[in-house]
Every structure is written in C-alpha cells, then in structure tokens.
Design a binder for this molecule. Structure first.
Ligand code: NAG
Ligand code: NAG
Ligand code: NAG
Length: 500
C-alpha cells in the first residue's frame, strides 16, 4: 500500500509536488536512533505472530508478536554495538554520525514486507513536502533465513537498495540478475554442499540417508549436495524433506529413519526443523545415528537439552567461525540496557523513535541472560556487514582523517551498491572482508563435533576446517583422533560396518 503511494508521488512530482503521505499507519522500528546516515535492520526478534481477525468492517489492529528469539535479539544488539564503535572512531567516517532503524518481523513474511516498506519509506506520516524518492536507509542488514531474505531482496532490488545478510546461504541468492543489490558476509551453500561431500567421502560412507527443510535453504543446499555426492559414488537410502508447519510429514520422516539401515544421516535443516526432528527422535528413542549437520543447526544452543545428546551426540558438521569481538560482553550485559533500550508507555503512532513497552516487555527479561556470549558465530558476520557499509560510505563521502567527510555528497542507493562491491578491509581481529562477484564472502568453515565435557556439558569441539581459498587437496582438513562418535565410541567402525 505504501509502495503504491510512493510510486504515485514519483509520477506527480514533476507537475506540482503534492504533500507526500504514507497510506495506513506508519510502522515504528523496535530500536532506532537518528544520524547523518542510517542503516536498517530486519530480524525475527519474536518468532510467533498473532494475526488480528480480519472482518473488513473495522481497521485491523496491530499484529502482536510473542516468543522472543534470543539469537535474533543478539543480532540487533551487535548491529548497534558495531554502529556505536564506528560512530566513536575518528578514523572511519569522522564527523559523520550513524543512525539505525531495526525492525522485528516476528518470523512472518507479511510482517517482513511491512518492515521493508517502512525501511524504504520511513515512518513519518507525512513529510510535509513532496516525496524525495530517497530511501530512508542507506543499506539494510538481514535477514537470517534464506526465504525471508529473498522476500527482502526482491522488494529492495528494483530500488537498488543494498541488502547484506549475515546468514542467508541459499545458492539461489548468488544470481546477480535477480538479486543485483544483495550481499552477504557468509558463503553460498555451493561450498558447504561440496564440503559435506568431502566429509562423507573422507570416511568412506557410501550408504547414507538425507533429510532437508522444505524451504529455499534446504532444497537448494540438498540438491547441490546430492549431485556432488552421487558423483563421488555415495548411494542414498532415502531423501526426505519436511517443513516446520507440516507435522504429518515430519512423522513420515521419523518413520523412514526408524526403519532405515543407513547409520549416517545428512541433515540439511534449518534449526527450527532440526529442533522438530530432534523432539520426535528423542520421543521415539531413535538413537545411534551419525548426524552430519549444516551451519544452521550444528552449533545452535537451543538444541542442547538434557536428552538431546542421546540423539545428537557425536554429530559432525560445518560451522561459521567463532567471532571474537572485544568489548562485546560488556556492551551486551550493561551498556545496551542503559543506553539503547528505551521504550515508550502507551500506543502512539506518531514518530517516537521508541517501541511501545507493553508489547516488548518480554525483551527486558533478556537483560539477565548472558550464558550464550561464548557461542557467538553469526554475530561476527553482522559486525563485518556493518563495517562494510561504513567503509563504503567512507569512500563515497570522500572521507579523510585530516579533512573529515564531505557531508554535502548525496549518496544514492545504487552508488552504495557499487561502492560495496569495492570494499576490502581488515577487521580489528584480523579478518579480511571483501565480496566476490556474486556478493558473497569466501567460504571458511570450522568442522565441529558434539562432545560432552568432563563436567557433563555439551560443547561443539572444533576438529577440522574447510577453507575454499586454499588450493585443491588442501581445502579440507580433519583431525580424526579428536572426534567422538555417537554413543561415546572413539572409532567410526560401527558406522562403516553397516554398509550393505
Ligand atoms: C553518534 O555520535 C553522535 C555525536 O557524538 C551522538 O550524538 C549519537 O548519539 C551517536 N550515535 C550512536 C548510534 O551512537
Ligand atoms: C502522541 O504523541 C504526540 C507527540 O508527542 C502527542 O501530541 C499526542 O497527543 C500523542 N497521542 C497519544 C494518543 O498519546
Ligand atoms: C584485498 O586486500 C588484500 C590486502 O591488501 C589483498 O591481498 C587482496 O588481494 C584484496 N582482495 C581483493 C579481492 O581485492
């Protein structure tokens, strides 16, 4: 709706500049701060949404979201952390302040669409002047899942507004014709699928089962893996898929696994589906399988429960490298709550820069939650994405440490896209960041293994790596004797014996 309003105003602007007005109610960001330049964010901070009844006789009420997702909330916090760090620095973007506008899409594409519109159009009911046609943000960070990132990039693509995802890995997003302004600080699954093939081949497993999420992520990733693995002579006893909203299909998959003879299962699942599968396997006491996992779930803390180790112990899979960002702990547990998280009592649709308190009450409870700070992986990708935007703006605004930046330069979104293609910088912990011709980062994964520590806690032990930048034959490395197999075995024998 907002969209139509914007297009109409473009057409009319040449004649007599009408007042620019948003149709419907403005969407207020969950977290925001003004600045000379603004970076947008879209995350699933809540994971459930309640649709108000649509009787079409009264104006629908606001969508209400519930069930906070800590991992996604951390993404928003890290985005703010990086922005503040750059804002304070006088090397990068001196004399330019950076603002942000972060929306919660509550895990729904409908809500996602509203967030994208708001990011592009701003949330002022009326600007009091003609529409400038200028996006309210210079770049958008998000989203986490491939399917929602596709919605986001398809919508912003025609306006050439850069989108940088920290975790959407679908190979489908590498298509430059369809997604001309998409970037990611993570590699395409083209590499992960190849790496999975190397892993399966390494142990000589030729009789395996495969399960994937029925989504862009799972279907594309599995297709590439199947093709590569079959070329290497791997046979598949079954290839099954299900979606989080298909409980009957999930039960069918569980039945297939229960009856199967293949001991090795390659699970190309998003963490929501992995969680659903895990619940059922635990419930039916189906254990003794060797799971091979992907970055989406292999290091997901939410899967570690008192009973999950009997199913997933010994799992092997590829993980995004751990982030080591100094000063972050302090920010997450203290500064953020003192400085950034402000909400406003009562509903008010005018621009306030603060989300209503009542609806976001559950977020304040996260204040005391800091156990997961050591397992931050995608967070490093958010950090790199923000810096990439900052470096691109730094060059567009012709900044120098002595002269400052030229704040009169008007930055258009397509210039930002071109500038992002050129960035090449080193983060403060020594990582080189640049985008390849598809807009993605170079593939570098850690191989991790689900092990139990002496204190009984589950940890994701690094046992190797896959580095696509190294020459053939050197890309994949595995430390065999560091691996703990399902059931606590120190040898893989019981798995290879099941070849038929
Ligand atoms: C950036 O710095 C300016 C000036 O010091 C300050 O007013 C603003 O609040 C800062 N913004 C953020 C996001 O830290
Ligand atoms: C909303 O905020 C505006 C500006 O702060 C104020 O004038 C208005 O009375 C508020 N409306 C409600 C319903 O609180
Ligand atoms: C990025 O910079 C590094 C160090 O200056 C250089 O080695 C590398 O080749 C550059 N990469 C690209 C793609 O330009």
């Amino acid at each position: 709706m907002v969209f139509v309003g914007l297009l109409f105003a473009f057409a009319a602007a040449e004649e007599e500049a009408p007042v620019c007005q948003i149709l419907g109610s403005p969407e207020i960001p969950l977290l925001s701060k003004g600045g000379d330049v603004t970076i947008g964010g879209a995350f699933s901070i809540h994971s459930k949404i309640a649709q108000p009844p649509l009787s079409f006789t009264v104006k629908p009420t606001r969508l209400t979201c519930s069930s906070v997702n800590l991992r996604e909330f951390r993404f928003a916090q890290i985005m703010i952390f990086a922005i503040e760090e750059i804002n304070k620095s006088d090397v990068l973007l001196p004399n330019v302040s950076i603002g942000y506008r972060i929306y919660d899409n509550c895990g729904s594409t409908l809500s996602s669409m509203r967030a994208v519109m708001a990011l592009m159009n701003g949330d002022e009911l009326t600007t009091g002047k003609s529409c400038s046609g200028q996006s309210a943000v210079h770049a958008i960070i998000g989203e986490s899942e491939s399917s929602s990132t596709i919605v986001l990039s398809r919508t912003t693509g025609p306006f050439k507004i850069p989108v940088i995802s920290h975790s959407a890995t679908c190979e489908c997003l590498s298509n430059r014709k369809e997604y001309p302004s998409f970037f990611r600080t993570i590699a395409s699954d083209l590499y992960q699928s190849r790496a999975l093939t190397q892993l399966v081949k390494h142990f000589g497993w030729t009789w395996v089962g495969a399960v994937n999420s029925d989504s862009d992520y799972g279907n594309n990733g599995m297709a590439i893996f199947l093709a590569a693995a079959q070329e290497e002579g791997v046979c598949f006893e079954y290839t099954e898929k299900f979606h989080r909203e298909e409980p009957e299909k999930l039960m069918k998959v569980v039945e297939v696994i229960r009856k199967s003879t293949a001991r090795v299962i390659v699970a190309f699942l998003a963490h929501v589906e992995m969680n659903n599968l895990l619940e059922q396997l635990s419930l039916h006491n189906i254990t003794g399988r060797q799971f091979i996992g992907v970055e989406a779930w292999i290091t997901a803390d939410s899967l570690v429960t008192p009973t999950s180790f009997t199913v997933l112990g010994g799992s092997l899979g590829f993980a995004v490298q751990k982030a080591n960002i100094s000063g972050l702990d302090e920010f997450l547990t203290k500064d953020f709550w003192q400085g950034e998280f402000k909400c406003k009592e009562g509903h008010n649709n005018s621009i306030t820069g603060a989300a209503p308190c009542k609806e976001n009450h559950n977020l304040t409870e996260l204040k005391y939650y800091n156990d997961d700070v050591t397992e931050l992986r995608y967070s490093g990708n958010i950090y790199k994405a923000i810096y990439a935007v900052a470096y691109s703006l730094h060059s567009m605004l012709k900044c120098s440490q002595s002269q400052g930046c030229d704040r009169t330069v008007k930055v258009t979104p397509w210039q930002a896209v071109e500038s992002l293609k050129q960035v090449n910088f080193t983060t403060k912990n020594g990582e080189q960041v640049w985008f390849d011709s598809t807009g993605a980062a170079v593939a570098l994964y850690e191989v991790v293994n689900w092990q139990r520590g002496s204190d009984g806690s589950v940890h994701f032990k690094p046992v190797g790596y896959y580095d696509a930048s190294l020459p053939p034959g050197k890309k994949f490395f595995l430390k065999n004797d560091a691996i703990m197999w399902p059931g606590g075995n120190t040898e893989a024998n019981m798995l290879t014996k099941s070849h038929t």
